[in-house]
Ligand binder design. Structure first.
Ligand code: C2E
Ligand code: CA
Ligand code: CA
Length: 746
């Protein structure tokens, strides 16, 4: 609001009706006080004195209406008695409360010529009368909207009615008082506004078109010019120079069109630093002005931005290596897949460290992490900027190669990575490990059409790299897919077969070389699906990997024990050897379950005892690799009951000879591959001789597997191997055929 305009308007509107000589002097005095910002009390005091000076025998007073509009408060009354002022201060206004209380209440002028007789004064008259005041005229003071602000009153020491001049004077006095009150209140408001602006945590700078600063609050100086004083000018273009020029252009265009603008930009501080700001610019124009003004209100959101960026970074990056994480990578792949028609395809490389678990287990996770970080650095050396390098988790990494990359280029890259990664990594002063990665490569859209499929393909290819000796790469092929599908298919069928008890046991007799008599038989599992035998070498690994082997094994044990009892009933004391998978001993719980299952089956069969000595368990070297105390306990427990333990496929596993001495074993079965190679020369013969001698020294009996011809037989017999299993004597056969054979032998 412009005070100057109001003052001149009022003056112009009323001056004609005034007695010029006195009231102009009165006006100019009051106005100069107003313009100089004198306190309200002083102005009213001066006003009262000036009015009193114009009318002899007059005493004047100004009362102010309280904020709630219910009471009159002391304003100025220098010549009224103090005790009277005190009584009036705080008096509640009403329809018959003296002259002023009534005028304030009704908003109308109240003329009381004789206080002593007037009903309005009934309750209040004693004090004014005793002070010699006989009449009182009161004019309500109203603001520009007609709202009552207080009263202006004139008292006389005689009973008196006003002349028209008196009425003009009193009205004018009330108007001047109104001006003073309004002005004072608006100044108060202005002071309050400035105080608020100054304490605002937002920067506020008000400028005109010439970039002159009309106002700048404290926060503005603090944010924009931490070390400098507020300059008399604010140059928005310079201030926003670190922002995207295009965005700044839009801002200025808005302002030029008189529209407000709001958004986030980057600003320049007085010390050259940049910062993020959340800005609102409002355009305004004052009524008397031809220029626009601009209010720039902004906050420094750098910290918030930083926090948001950190959160975003953490959501998309791996904390250890800083690489893109699984989510971020998958999102990018998904985008490429979705934008299929726009992109020419991409390639995906899955990489897995070859010995990470070992490093972690041996040296701890800290060292494991160190290894990962160092390997990442090596891989980075091989990559260009267009490749997205990501850590999927653990020791699994992936590369996303957008655009067409030829098979040759992919091979070269994979080869380079294999070479670059394969090296010694120092984990501490005296600890170093060699590490390498196995890589699987799949391509979109050639190999897969969605993310899951793609991962699957790369995974299969990587699996082949691992299986083929690690530190190498493989492309995904159709063949892998077929294998994977067949495995998945067999898995389903295997489950059904188990539910339907569709397995059958075959028996391969083991004979004593010198007598030719059947001493034992190996029980071999057979599965016929749709009239075709599926070889155990194919379905057993699937059963193992899916855990089905545990149930299958239990069924086999049950059938074997039933068969032993049947044979016993026929009077044939022939022992049966059954194969036990390492997976059946995977955990302590499984080992205990395995051990307990025999007693359960015996119970089920309605027996109290069982000829345990007729059971041989064929275990493999891989099981013994674990060297678990618990496993030894379980095997000993079974042996204690009479069960025999045979070490199957001897010589094909890890062949650490120490376990031969440490483990509770009764027999070893020399693997068919050794027998096959006997014909290849003396060195192979020497090997078998050594195995036999070693076994006998350890008091273990020896069985030769896969004896197919006479010369093999001659050699093993010459080397004191008594028990022979092989096609030369018998192939695996049905139970019926086996029983027929035993019946003949008996
Ligand atoms: P394995 O334990 O080494 O079983 C011996 C394998 O050699 C059997 O193959 C047998 O038929 C074969 N064989 C025996 N003598 C000769 C021979 O003179 N010449 C040739 N060429 N082969 C001979 P099969 O029955 O195909 O079993 C393969 C493998 O499947 C077994 O190897 C065993 O590891 C696994 N398996 C078989 N049945 C079971 C079972 O019930 N449970 C478990 N866990 N594994 C089983
Ligand atoms: Ca076997
Ligand atoms: Ca074997």
């Amino acid at each position: 609001m412009d005070e100057g305009t109001n003052v001149s308007g009022r003056l112009g509107g009323n001056s004609l009706t005034l007695e010029h000589d006195v009231s102009l002097e009165c006006y100019s005095g009051i106005l100069s006080m107003l313009l100089n910002g004198a306190p309200l009390g002083e102005i009213l005091h001066a006003l009262v004195l000036k009015i009193e000076a114009q009318r002899i025998g007059t005493r004047a007073s100004v009362l102010l209406l309280s904020d709630d509009g219910k009471r009159l408060l002391f304003g100025a009354a220098p010549h009224l008695p103090d005790n009277y002022n005190q009584v009036i201060h705080g008096v509640e206004i009403g329809p018959e409360v003296g002259s002023c209380g009534t005028a304030a209440y009704t908003g109308e002028r109240v003329i009381v010529e004789d206080i002593a007789k007037h009903p309005f004064w009934e309750k209040y008259k004693t004090i004014p009368l005793s002070a010699g005041l006989k009449s009182c005229w009161s004019e309500p003071i109203k603001d520009s909207h007609g709202k009552v602000l207080g009263t202006f009153a004139m008292y006389y020491d005689e009973i008196k009615s006003p002349t028209s001049q008196d009425l003009i004077l009193i009205a004018e006095a009330a108007r001047l008082a109104s001006l003073a009150i309004e002005r004072s209140r608006s100044m108060e408001f202005q002071r309050l506004a400035v105080k608020i602006f100054d304490r605002l945590p937002l920067a506020l700078v008000i400028t005109n078109t010439s970039n002159n600063v009309l106002y700048a609050n404290r926060a503005f100086s603090q944010i924009v010019q931490p070390q400098l004083a507020v300059s008399p000018e604010f140059h928005p273009a310079l201030f926003l120079s670190p922002s995207e020029p295009h965005e700044v252009d839009i801002l200025f265009q808005h302002l030029a069109e008189g529209k407000m603008w709001q958004g986030e930009l980057i600003g320049l501080r007085g010390n050259g630093e940049t910062f993020h700001l959340d800005l609102t610019v409002t355009v305004f124009r004052e009524p008397h002005s031809t220029q626009n003004g601009f209010a720039w209100l902004f906050s420094d959101i750098s910290e918030r931005k930083k926090a948001a960026q950190l959160i975003k970074y953490q959501a998309n990056n791996d904390s250890l290596t800083g690489l893109a994480n699984r989510n971020a990578l998958f999102r990018q792949i998904q985008e490429l897949i979705t934008a299929d028609c726009l992109t020419p395809g991409f390639s995906f490389m899955l990489m897995d460290l070859d010995n990470f678990k070992q490093v972690n287990d041996t040296y701890g996770h800290d060292k494991g992490d160190m290894l990962l970080v160092q390997v990442v650095e090596q891989i980075k050396i091989c990559l260009n900027d267009s490749i997205v390098f990501s850590r999927l988790g653990g020791d699994e990494f992936a590369l996303l190669l957008p655009g067409v990359v030829t098979q040759k280029e992919l091979s070269q890259l994979a080869e380079t990575i294999n070479k670059q990664v394969y090296r010694r990594y120092e984990l501490s002063k005296d600890k170093g490990v060699y590490s390498s990665v196995s890589i699987g490569i799949a391509r979109f859209p050639e190999d897969a059409l969605d993310l899951e499929q793609l991962l699957n393909c790369a995974d299969q290819a990587m699996y082949i790299s691992k299986a083929n000796g690690r530190n190498r790469y493989h492309f995904f092929t159709e063949q892998m897919q077929q294998t994977a599908e067949r495995i998945a298919n067999l898995h389903t069928l295997l489950k059904q077969a188990l539910d339907q008890n569709a397995f059958e046991l075959y028996f391969q007799p083991i004979v004593n070389a010198s007598t030719g008599l059947i001493v034992r038989a190996e029980v071999l599992l057979r599965w016929q699906h749709e009239g075709q035998f599926i070889p155990p070498d194919e379905f057993i690994p699937i059963a193992e990997n899916s855990g089905l082997i545990v149930d299958i094994g239990r069924n086999v044990r049950r059938s074997v024990m039933e068969t032993i009892l049947e044979m016993q009933a026929h009077g044939w004391s022939i022992s049966l050897a059954l194969n036990v998978s390492t997976f059946e001993f995977w955990s302590h719980e499984l080992q205990d379950e395995f051990c307990d299952s025999f007693a359960d089956i015996i119970d089920d069969l309605g027996r109290v005892d069982f000829p345990y000595e007729l059971i041989t368990l064929e275990i493999t070297e891989s099981l013994l690799m674990k060297q678990h105390v618990h496993l030894i306990k379980v095997l000993n427990e079974l042996r204690g009951r009479g069960v025999k333990i045979a070490l199957d496929d001897f010589g094909t596993g890890y062949s650490s000879l120490s376990y031969l001495a440490n483990f509770p074993i009764d027999q070893i079965k020399i693997d068919k591959s050794f027998i096959d190679r006997l014909e290849e020369g003396e060195r192979h013969e020497a090997l078998v001789e050594a195995i036999v001698r070693l076994s006998h020294a350890l008091n273990l009996s020896v069985t030769a597997e896969g004896v197919e011809n006479e010369s093999q037989l001659r050699f093993v017999v010459a080397n004191h191997i008594q028990e022979i299993q092989g096609y030369l004597f018998y192939k695996p056969m049905t139970k019926a055929a086996f029983f027929e054979l035993l019946a003949k032998q008996a």
